[in-house]
Design a protein around this ligand. Structure first.
Ligand code: GP9
Ligand code: MN
Length: 629
């Protein structure tokens, strides 16, 4: 058989098939990639193919069979090293390699020693395609013509490889809308694009931001600095330092929107516990508080909270600028001897949190590995909020005090599914299943918060803590306007759509007696200065765009990430201007000056992020640093 002459592209075919199958098998054995349905499995299987067809196909440009073989051997070796590198990395970090990890020198030491400790003889199997190809080259006789392939054939071949790529991307987009624009999770990228395409995409994203960074110098900060300084306001004297020295607990209420608070759905109360809080003597509730997130959703809200900078207009800043210099709230509290951490029962690489939290100076990230998810404790995206809170509070009981701990909930997440026993109210009756279920999961989240308060009391943590809670972004998008208008009993105009971007913001200070409903118009950008003032931590020289919501001096202004905004007089809904109180359309000109300011502010913030400009700023003194310092 070995004396038979094989068709001339046999070696290429063997190389593609061998690497393809080896990669697919490695996905199953080397990583724990979660697959929920047949479609995801099919995408996973298909995902290595497009790049292999392309990369290995370049061998068609070589004339001599010998050179083709050499090229293919080299490529199988390179792809094997990439794949195996990820396997070894995954054994330690349960994550895929991303460029910044390779360039962080302190990681490098870790990587080297960890990798060395986990090399097994059986790992040679990860190079099986290379070994197979070596054998094939040696033993299989090819009908050699030592000619370059005909260009029409080559064209057909590359069209085919392009078609496979588009098929792959199309399926991935159907399975995970906005996969590339939002790029939420490395695991999702790998499973939808394949390991090799993922690395190319990672190189593209990282080098784009590195290039912008390289060209930036401190001078770009001058205008921004002047703007921020001119807009600074004095903190409220009454509230400054009122929670000084207490533990700070910040709860992210997944997809919670203000239209559920103090409202009913078909006669049923949606958020009984939060409603009570709005009247509680120790709670300040802000009903006119807006989310300001973009494509980065939850992570954008965290970004706003920690930095008081706006997230980006495209992509998720947690992914694109996870290595920047920041001056986060966590870092500031850390400097006040607070233990800082985030608790979230999800995969740590989601939203690139594991890397970003390091840049934000957060001491510890208690991810899904820190939780034990018992029978019946998981639904929809993962661990249910009630057991999540219970275990998180148990973690807190072990923490040194004072601490700053953030809790990120998950149950009230699209597609809003619940187990029967957790459904505390009925579904709504519109044509949108999403909205119908949303009321039930919101009700569940409310119940979970109530239990959180109880858990804190039981563990003796309640009295000495301040509890801040905010909705991260909308749960119900404009695709559900028809159902939404049925619920609200009115048409959803652009004005109403803007008003629907309100998310609840609660500040609960046990024993303070400061409770009231505060009508101030603000947004997530204001959380950092507001909270820091309550904690008695000065932030007046910080590069932040928000302001203390309790300050008497501040202008009422909430700028959405997409350029819409709300002031006490106007609501700008994108291209139309409305009077705020009445919702009446008014002359566009009335909104124009604020629209300009909104754009300026968004651009300044974007400039800070793209140029990584905080590395040129000394927040202690409020001085700009020279680029060469
Ligand atoms: C994921 C969770 C949800 O960990 O924070 O993210 P989202 O999809 O809401 O941005
Ligand atoms: Mn969210």
């Amino acid at each position: 058989m070995l004396n038979k002459k094989w068709p001339k592209h046999t070696i290429l075919a063997i190389a593609i098939i061998a690497t393809w199958f080896k990669t697919y098998i490695t996905y199953q054995t080397g990583f724990s990639i979660t697959i929920d349905n047949v479609m995801q499995e099919a995408i996973l299987f298909l995902s290595p193919l497009s790049l292999l067809l392309f990369l290995y196909g370049l061998s068609l440009f070589f004339k001599k069979q010998k050179n083709k073989n050499r090229y293919l051997l080299l490529m199988t070796l390179v792809t094997s090293i990439i794949l195996y590198g990820n396997v070894a990395f995954y054994r330690f970090f349960s994550d895929f390699i991303t460029l910044p990890v390779l360039f962080q020198t302190d990681n490098f030491g870790d990587l080297g020693s960890s990798a060395a400790a986990t090399i097994y003889p059986a790992d040679l199997l990860y190079f099986s395609d290379f070994i197979l190809l070596l054998a094939a080259v040696k033993f299989i006789k090819i009908q050699e013509d030592n000619k370059e392939s005909r260009s029409s054939h080559r064209r057909a071949y590359f069209v085919l490889s392009g078609a496979v790529l588009f098929l792959n991307l199309g399926l991935a987009e159907a399975e995970r809308p906005q996969l590339l624009t939002r790029s939420f999770d490395r695991e999702m990228l790998v499973k939808n694009l394949g390991m090799y395409n993922y690395h190319l995409y990672d190189i593209y994203v990282q080098s784009r931001s590195q290039a912008q960074r390289a060209f930036a110098d401190g001078s770009e900060l001058t205008d921004v600095h002047n703007y921020v300084r001119a807009n600074r306001v004095e903190p409220s004297e009454e509230m400054f330092g009122i929670a000084e020295g207490k533990n700070l607990i910040v709860v992210t209420l997944e997809s919670m929107q203000s239209f559920t608070i103090n409202e009913q759905m078909n006669g049923q109360t949606i958020t009984p516990f939060l409603n009570e809080l709005t009247e509680d003597e120790d709670t300040v509730y802000f009903p006119n508080f807006y989310h300001q997130t973009g494509l980065g959703k939850t992570s954008d809200s965290e970004f706003l909270l920690e930095n008081s900078l706006y997230p980006l207009s495209g992509g998720a800043v947690f992914f694109t600028h996870g290595g920047n210099t920041y001056n986060s709230m966590a870092e500031k509290l850390g400097n006040q001897a607070y233990a800082t951490n985030v608790q979230h029962a999800n995969n740590k690489s989601f939203w690139n949190r594991d890397m970003m939290y390091e840049s934000l100076g957060i001491d510890e990230f208690l991810d899904i590995q820190s939780y034990s998810v018992g029978e019946g404790q998981s639904v929809n995206w993962g661990m249910k909020d009630i057991p999540f809170f219970e275990q998180s509070v148990a973690h807190m009981a072990e923490m040194p005090q004072p601490f700053y701990s953030r809790l990120i909930t998950l149950t009230n997440h699209y597609p809003f599914t619940l187990d029967e026993e957790d459904k505390l109210i009925d579904e709504f009756d519109s044509n949108s299943g999403t909205l119908n279920r949303f009321f039930q999961t919101s009700r569940y989240l409310d119940e979970a918060v109530k239990e959180l308060f109880d858990d804190l009391k039981e563990q003796g943590l309640y009295e000495n803590s301040i509890i801040v809670m905010y909705g991260d972004h909308y749960g119900i998008s404009e695709n559900h306007n028809e159902a939404m208008s049925q619920y609200l009993g009115k048409e959803i105009t652009p004005y109403e759509s803007a008003q629907l971007q309100r998310v609840p913001f609660f500040v609960h200070i046990p024993g303070s007696g400061k409770g009231h409903v505060n009508e101030e118009i603000g947004g997530q950008i204001d959380m950092r200065p507001t909270i820091l003032n309550l904690m008695g931590v000065e932030s007046d020289t910080d590069m932040q765009f928000g302001s203390d919501l309790f300050s008497e001096e501040r202008d009422e202004f909430a700028i959405f990430r997409d350029g819409r905004f709300v002031t006490d007089d106007y609501v700008y809904a994108g291209s139309t201007c409305y009077e705020n109180r009445s919702g009446q359309l008014v002359d566009q000109e009335l909104c124009a000056p604020f629209a300009d300011q909104a754009l300026t502010e968004l651009n300044y913030s974007e400039r800070v992020i793209n140029g990584d400009l905080l590395r040129f700023y000394d927040e202690e003194t409020g001085q700009l640093l020279d680029a060469d310092q």
